[in-house]
Write a new protein. Structure first.
Lengths: 353, 120
């Protein structure tokens, strides 16, 4: 019996400086070296190692999509320390041991080419003129500006599924922006990993909805400690279970036998590790002189800005720097969603002679 | 009724001895005390009375080859579990579920693979 271990490997940041850091040193060390390397041109993983394989896969995938002749470049990563339950060999009852792991989200730089091809294909399919609109962060800023009460200069934090972007829109029309890896999808992955969930869909639901424990056939206790009563008895299959409470009202049962406190803690930590870290990084990158205190307020847009607890977490984190942040309300009615779409529309209308 | 400590009540009327044994084994497996006695009445009435009189608010009625588990606030006849096809396993599970009602633990299906999707 031969066993081959694939080592974790190390990351090399090719920027103003060329720095290498072993993945094993953890997220803090990785992010520190990333910051020290300055403006990143590319990020590489050591060949023949786990990280090397991961980054190669990402590159190959992107090359397939874009059919580029120039090599694809990885321009940002977010590393997050996490714990992964690893099955113990020889275990009789599925015992697991929590092992340190590092979660990584990567940002890939693409040429405009795939977008133009997409626009061409859409044009043909729908018989409608299609144009490529420009930079996402600029469009998001324009869209965010439709939030009633906002003034220029406007700082936005666009938190989506794949990336966290920040931008500042100045009175003279200039936009400073940054595009960073790590957002909603990474949070879902961390939740799935740390709770050992079989399904990513369950992790997604845990991310989105508050928790409760069914304590009797007529009441459940919410994660806040509050008690919710029911007129009609609950279905016995919910009895004793931890459930999720989506706004639709229909309880979602969690199959895995996990205590509510554990799920709560993993969910909140995952969101903090990704969004608080990335929001700070992104705002620092666009702030005048890199001084985050110079940004008085931030408008939050994007799918993850709709989350029931992320805006408060950011508010708490930024209150120390006296930054106020709040959810956008695109066109005064869409909430934080549709900023980019609104921006594209405004930009198109604004360009017409 | 001599039982002074809180326990699960099992009221029987012309019960099948083997099935009663299974119920009690199930309750004991979950580590909860029980008390059995004979009562007159239908299955629904037995289960209802057992739940109402038990300090833990959960009880079982066994009538012949039928069994049902009831919990206190529910109305007569609306049993939480009822055994449709008597088997040893079903009665064992009935006992276990009654004990779990007190322990605030999730219930087990009376039959394997028969419950709605998601239950295992």
């Amino acid at each position: 019996v031969k066993e081959q271990m694939l080592p974790a490997g190390s990351l090399t940041f090719v920027g103003e400086k060329r720095l290498t850091v072993p993945v094993d040193e953890g997220a803090e060390a990785i992010m520190r070296e990333l910051a020290r390397a300055g403006e990143i041109k590319d990020i590489q993983g050591e060949e023949g190692t786990n990280i090397g394989e991961m980054l190669s896969r990402i590159r190959r995938g992107m090359e397939e999509v874009s059919q580029e002749r120039d090599p694809v470049r990885i321009t940002d990563i977010l590393a997050v320390d996490t714990l992964s339950p690893v099955p113990i060999s020889g275990a009789l009852a599925g015992e697991t041991c929590l092992e340190k792991a590092v979660g990584i989200a990567a940002m890939v730089r693409t040429h405009a080419l795939p977008m133009r091809e997409l626009a061409g294909a859409l044009s043909k399919e729908l018989s409608v003129e299609t144009k490529v609109g420009g930079v996402e962060a600029v469009m998001a800023s324009l869209g965010a500006f439709t939030t009633p009460g906002t003034t220029l200069p406007l700082a936005i934090l666009d938190m989506g599924g794949g990336s966290t972007d920040a931008a500042i829109l100045y009175e003279d029309g200039r936009v400073v922006h940054t595009h960073q890896a790590g957002a909603g999808e990474l949070v879902t992955m961390l939740i799935q990993l740390e709770l050992g969930l079989g399904s990513r869909y369950t992790a997604e639901q845990i991310k989105k909805y508050p928790l409760g424990k069914v304590e009797s056939l007529f009441h459940l206790r919410l994660e806040t400690g509050q008690v919710q009563f029911f007129e009609e008895p609950l279905d016995p299959r919910y009895y004793g279970h931890v459930v999720l409470l989506p706004p639709s009202g229909e309880l979602l049962k969690i199959d895995e036998d996990l205590p509510l406190e554990k799920i709560l803690s993993v969910r909140r930590e995952a969101k903090k590790k990704v969004f608080v870290v990335n929001a700070t990084r992104a705002l620092t990158a666009v702030a005048p002189g890199g001084d985050i205190k110079k940004i008085p307020n931030v408008v939050l847009v994007g799918g993850s800005a709709e989350d029931f607890e992320i805006p408060e977490m950011l508010m708490e984190a930024f209150s120390q720097q006296k930054i106020v942040c709040g959810r956008g309300n695109i066109r005064g009615k869409n909430g934080p969603r549709g900023a980019v779409a609104a921006g594209l529309l405004m930009s198109y209308v604004g360009e017409k002679p | 009724m001599k039982a002074t400590r809180p326990c699960v009540f099992v009221f029987c009327n012309g019960e099948d001895k083997d099935y009663l044994g299974e119920v009690l084994a199930g309750i004991e497996e979950e580590g909860v005390p029980y008390h059995t006695e004979h009562r007159e009445g239908t299955l629904d009435e037995l289960a209802f009375a057992a739940a109402k009189e038990s300090a833990l608010g959960a009880g079982i009625g066994i009538c012949g080859q039928e069994g049902a588990m009831q919990m206190a606030p529910l109305p007569l006849g609306r049993n939480v579990f009822e055994i449709k096809e008597p088997t040893c396993k079903a009665f064992r599970r009935l006992g276990m579920n009654c004990a779990r009602a007190f322990k605030r633990r999730p219930f087990l299906p009376l039959k394997e693979q028969q419950e709605e999707g998601g239950e295992r």
